[in-house]
Design a protein around this ligand. Structure first.
Ligand SMILES: Cc1cc2nc3c(=O)[nH]c(=O)nc-3n(C[C@H](O)[C@H](O)[C@H](O)COP(=O)(O)O)c2cc1C
Length: 359
């Protein structure tokens, strides 16, 4: 029997990973006042067997704090909170990237701080409802269509936040361009009906993602910047159109040219979304010359097989990490995995967060 490639080391830009297992970004809503505290540091440090941790979606702007109790990364207090987290993870022997997520239209006024605005490419509400602490489930509001100044402000916020991430001790930054949040809202025809240079053609819909990536790469270096995408995703009202393949192939090509360190593809068919086309994923791999992170419904066998086949170099695990802090040890030894309780995915406090058995 040959050793699984999942447990071999990997060089990701300037950082050495001790194995190929990535903890996938997962919103857990434990940051009271949008500042990660000691509990968050404990949670990530408990999961430091991962070669790389990608944090939960973290907003570069007060405008992007769409969900209750999610963290931000734009104030001094947040930088201090994250410093505590990155220190704990490094002490425990792992590496950590922060996922920058601006929620755009996937926001409710009850969730954001006073003075924040709900902005998106077009004034089109996301379908459905979202949870708020003060009023329970609420329909999504109609966002304000962003002006040129709003767009410039948002791009600048990503770049500043990326810089603050390095100050806070992160090994790098992942841009969340998946799952129907602000960057994907620009990519996607369901949320972008602009007729100016930010909408319409593939080139125009890609412009926001590219500008954000360019400015963030200029701030911290492309070798510390990754991006997560979900072609054919349906979350938060995203859809596909006849140009979806062309758009994502061009995105991969341009992100590669910019020197981004990885592209992280999401396949949410494990969560009920349609299966994305294999040929598009192969095309993305060919177009992007850096590292590729695979994710969605993986177990140890499929992860090792896909690395061996050259489908990707790293594999992210999401839900299994919630209930199994020592996931890597369990994958390696074939131990049975505990099942996470989805009722505590987003509730405040320790329950269902830091109280899964760590032994
Ligand atoms: C509780 C929860 C929160 C999540 N939050 C995020 C998030 O903040 N950012 C993101 O890109 N994906 C998020 N995801 C998606 C996961 O990163 C991952 O793609 C998904 O769980 C499928 O992988 P899995 O089958 O290994 O769980 C979340 C998933 C779960 C279960």
């Amino acid at each position: 029997m040959t050793a699984s490639p999942l447990y071999s080391t990997y060089r990701l830009g300037p950082v050495e990973l001790k194995n190929r297992v990535v903890m996938a970004p997962m919103t857990r809503s434990r940051s009271i006042g949008n500042v990660p505290g000691d509990l968050v540091a404990t949670y990530y440090a408990q999961r430091a067997e991962a070669g790389l941790i990608v944090t939960e979606g973290t907003s570069p702007s007060p405008n992007g704090l769409g969900y209750a109790r999610i963290p931000g990364l734009y104030s001094a207090e947040q930088v201090a909170g994250w410093k505590n987290v990155t220190h704990a993870v490094h002490e425990a022997g792992s590496r950590i990237f922060v996922q920058l997520m601006h929620t755009g239209r996937v926001t409710h006024p009850a969730n954001v701080p006073a003075g924040a605005r709900i902005v998106a490419p077009s004034a089109i509400a996301a379908p459905g409802e979202m949870y708020t602490d003060s009023a329970g489930m609420q329909p999504f509001p109609v966002p304000e269509a962003m002006t040129e100044d709003d767009i410039e402000q948002a791009i600048a916020e990503y770049a500043t936040s990326a810089k603050l991430a390095i100050e806070a001790g992160f090994d790098g930054v992942e841009l969340h361009a998946a799952n129907g949040y602000l960057i994907e809202q620009f990519l996607n025809v369901a949320s972008n009906m602009r007729t100016d240079r930010w909408g319409g053609s593939v080139e125009n819909r890609l412009r926001f993602a590219l500008e954000v990536a360019k400015r963030a790469a200029a701030a911290i270096g492309g070798d510390r910047l990754g991006i997560r995408i979900s072609p054919y995703g349906v979350f938060n009202g995203s859809t596909s159109d006849p140009e979806t393949d062309a758009l994502y192939l061009e995105l991969a090509r341009q992100m590669s040219e910019l020197g981004l360190v990885y592209i992280h593809t999401v396949d949410h068919s494990s969560m009920g979304a349609p299966k994305p086309s294999e040929s598009l994923f192969h095309g993305i791999r060919k177009a992007f010359h850096g590292t590729r992170i695979l994710s969605g419904g993986y177990d140890a066998t499929r992860a090792a097989a896909d690395i061996t086949k050259g489908e990707g170099e790293l594999v992210a695990f999401g839900r299994p990490f919630i209930a199994n802090p020592h996931l890597v040890m369990k994958l390696e030894t074939g131990a049975a995995l505990a099942t996470p309780d989805d009722k505590t995915f987003y509730t405040p406090g320790e329950k269902g967060y830091t109280d899964y058995p760590v032994a």
